[in-house]
Design a binder for this molecule. Sequence first.
Ligand code: PLP
Length: 419
Amino acid sequence: MLLEKDALMLWHPYSPLVTDQAPLEVLEARGAYLHLADGRRLLDGISSWWVNLHGHAHPYLIEALHKQATQLDHTLFAGFTHAPAVRLAERLLSFWNGNMRRVFYSDNGSTSVEAAIKLAMQYFLLSGKKNIQLIAIDGAFHGDTFGAMAVSGKSIFNEAFEGHLLPVKHIPFPIDERCLASLQTILEAHEACIFIYEPLLQGAAGMRAYEASLLNKMLKAVHAYQGICIADEVLTGFGRTGTMFASQQVHEQPDLVCLSKGITGGLMPFAATLVNARMEEPFLSNEFGRIFYHGHSYTANPLACALGIASLELFEKENTLNHIQLLNSCQKKGKEHLKSCNSISRIDVMGTMLSVEFQSEEEKGYLNSIRQRSYAYFLSRGFLLRPLGNVSYVLPPYCVSTEELNRVHEALYEFAHTL
Ligand SMILES: Cc1ncc(COP(=O)(O)O)c(C=O)c1O
């Protein structure tokens, strides 16, 4: 009944409207597991689209949510403020050694990127610069709104809108110094450049890791031309790469930082764009022309802010960053185990993430047919690993045990031997 109504009334993301694959009905989620209506339980190997940090239904987060809901559920944020918004901002800024100055809240990863791009463009316009060039990395994914689609790599996701997007120059993925040469050429030819990147780990492109040293050189080059660097930490934030933020592994710091996904521990949609002193400078005025005219109904939602604070408290209470190191060692062992599989062409480990690219004669990428096969295979083994084409990856909630991760590695090993 529920599935029939779903099929008639609902439109699921990235999914065909006509399909013989009914969605899986989830009854409840606890810790690292999703419990399905058909009695199965699945290990949530992708943290429910990279959002869940501490495990589902964590009592500390539920308690914080409940407490906040009984006090202040929501209020507009233009002309009003509240303690959860200020306390969360204080905590978020505290990780950046004074480099970040202000927090602009919104409600999902795409809007955090949209706000960052608009802030950067308005910064240059207010500084009298008109010839503004956006730069992004091949294969990037920054979201599905128009600005975010423009800076994302060309793919089936944004193909239909190609002629309607902001002009963006893409540089090669940083596997060697070619990305630097390409970046340099663009920087030299433009008056004002805005460079957006996923630090150390490209997500939707296939969980591809790259070197901090190359990123450092790219950021230095952009800054040498007074360009603006936007770190999209929507995926990499909150411990995923081993440190609280991936940018902490890079010496040169961004001017703007986009955060979302794990920001509430995975319980509510929320986002923040962090802004440094340089970016706020031209806006420090009461002139109408120097206002940032951007906002969302749920900006600074107090429930989400309270969850953000509680999630960061949990990092301290549960020593989460230490546990992340343990998970990282376990993923590295998994990599060693998987190295012997001939059907695997690439294995990356970054923080708590392990990705495996399977060899394929077909074109790589999202539509590769290994996607369907591997998805079904891992589901049948009790693991939710929603692949990116011929790439399968594990990005678990931090409450996962090393024994559970070892079981996922074994399943990956066995799947590799079916190819
Ligand atoms: C790096 C990055 N930026 C932005 C987004 C967009 O976030 P959202 O889906 O919340 O709009 C994503 C989503 O996967 C992402 O991985």
